[in-house]
Design a protein around this ligand. Structure first.
Ligand code: GLA
Length: 400
């Protein structure tokens, strides 16, 4: 019998736990990364997004320590590094990022009045890091699920997502929206979720692509997302300013976010906005409309239309929101030109990272063999291609 990747990783993490801490973990939790099909930079504007949880995940094997010296003890399989710190005094580590995602989530539980137990844990993941597939959100959600269990406080999955996001906002210092943590906590196999980031209501949108011979392909462009945090926070700031300006120009009372502005009313006044603000707002307002149209297209099995919307989203992220980069533009353009490809776009925060493409299943091999090498020659980057399997959100593989 051959083991699935998840079973192999489970066996592996239990073995490493035994090597590092002796004995078995009582809990093993997993949380997936994500790819966003459409709706980027809309979540922090109270808008709509349509992500999928992927079959790449973070895993944590853990056990509460009795009679301990008050220390939390960690080992990261991926970095081959250990860390320990007192459960009562959780501070950011000055130069080890991986532990800060965990520390951040624990700190949020502590700030909410919970007393953090001491425990030992091994962490490992196969979500590519720095690729824009939300390895950090997956990690944060896994930690939040673990704490929820250890403290036995019965948080809902939405509350898990919110506490994980709070850690990213307040401890890591990235003002991200709710999308990544939400889909990691609540994703559903074979489906995307349309999330209303204002109300946190969501709708399951079955993908049914394989019935029609299509699949979703993620291509890691090999452009690492550097200096993203400051640019991201800056975009967010522009959107906020845009709301203030539009409030004045539209003169119809207070606007809570760009979500409250229709595209036609925006276009009527957009020339009176500073150019940069106008471009940023144009993207967000039109992207919200595209998400709603994309959901309708999937529900009507109109994959051609869905593909056009992906292409339009890329154009908008490139031209108006200016979060693409030359390498990704080359990749997207080459991919869109291939006969059979329905749509392709940059996905996630941008400034490098991944593209998402809707293509026929029987085209994946030639995409890998013929298109990717041309991209690599043109840009000098090394790309990776994954066929995305839409997976369930965070869960326990072991709880004893
Ligand atoms: C990053 C953030 C998300 C979202 C995307 C862009 O992934 O973490 O909250 O804003 O960028 O859609």
């Amino acid at each position: 019998m051959t083991l699935s990747i998840q079973e192999t990783r489970f066996a592996d993490i239990e073995r490493i736990f035994d090597e590092k801490f002796v004995g078995k973990p009582t809990h093993v939790v997993r949380a997936p990364g994500r790819v966003n099909l459409i709706g980027d930079h809309t979540d922090y504007n109270e808008g709509y997004v349509l992500p999928v949880a992927i079959d790449r995940e973070m895993m944590i094997a853990a056990r509460i320590t009795e009679n301990s010296d008050g220390m939390i003890e960690l080992y990261s399989k991926d970095y081959g590094e250990a860390d320990s710190f007192p459960a009562t005094d959780i501070q950011p580590h000055p130069n080890t990022d991986w532990t800060n995602y965990l520390r951040g989530v624990l700190k949020m539980f502590q700030n909410a009045g919970h007393s953090i137990p001491t425990f030992q844990a091994v962490l490992s993941g196969d979500v590519p890091q720095g690729a824009g597939l939300s390895s950090s959100a997956a990690f944060e959600v896994a930690v939040a699920r673990l704490m929820n269990e250890f403290l036995n406080i019965g948080l809902t999955d939405t509350e898990i997502a919110l506490i994980a996001q709070k850690a990213e906002n307040e401890f890591i210092g990235v003002q991200c929206g709710i999308m990544d943590q939400f889909i990691s906590a609540l994703g559903e196999a074979e489906s995307a979720l349309m999330i209303d980031c204002r109300t946190l209501d969501f709708k399951t949108v079955p993908l049914r692509l394989s019935d029609r011979g299509y699949c979703i392909v993620i291509t890691n462009s090999g452009v690492r997302r550097g200096l993203v945090d400051s640019a991201y926070n800056e975009r967010r700031q522009s959107c906020h300013q845009g709301v203030k300006e539009l409030e004045r120009l539209l003169n119809r009372g207070e606007l809570s976010s760009l979500r409250d502005v229709r595209l036609d009313e925006f276009i009527a006044v957009s020339s009176r906005l500073p150019v940069i603000l106008s471009k940023r707002c144009h993207h967000v307002i039109s992207e919200n409309e595209r998400v709603l149209l994309a959901v309708a297209a999937l529900e009507n099995d109109d994959l051609e239309d869905f593909g056009h919307l992906l292409n339009a989203s890329h154009e908008s992220l490139k031209t108006y929101f200016e979060v693409s980069c030359p390498e990704i533009d080359i990749l997207v353009e080459m991919t869109q030109e291939q006969p059979g490809v329905l749509g392709s776009r940059i996905t996630g925060g941008g400034f490098g990272g991944c593209t998402v493409t809707l293509m026929p299943q029987d085209m994946v091999d030639s995409y890998r063999r013929e298109i990717i090498p041309v991209y690599e020659r043109k840009t000098g980057c090394r790309a990776d291609v994954y066929v995305c399997v839409a997976s369930d959100g965070a869960s326990f593989l072991k709880k004893s």
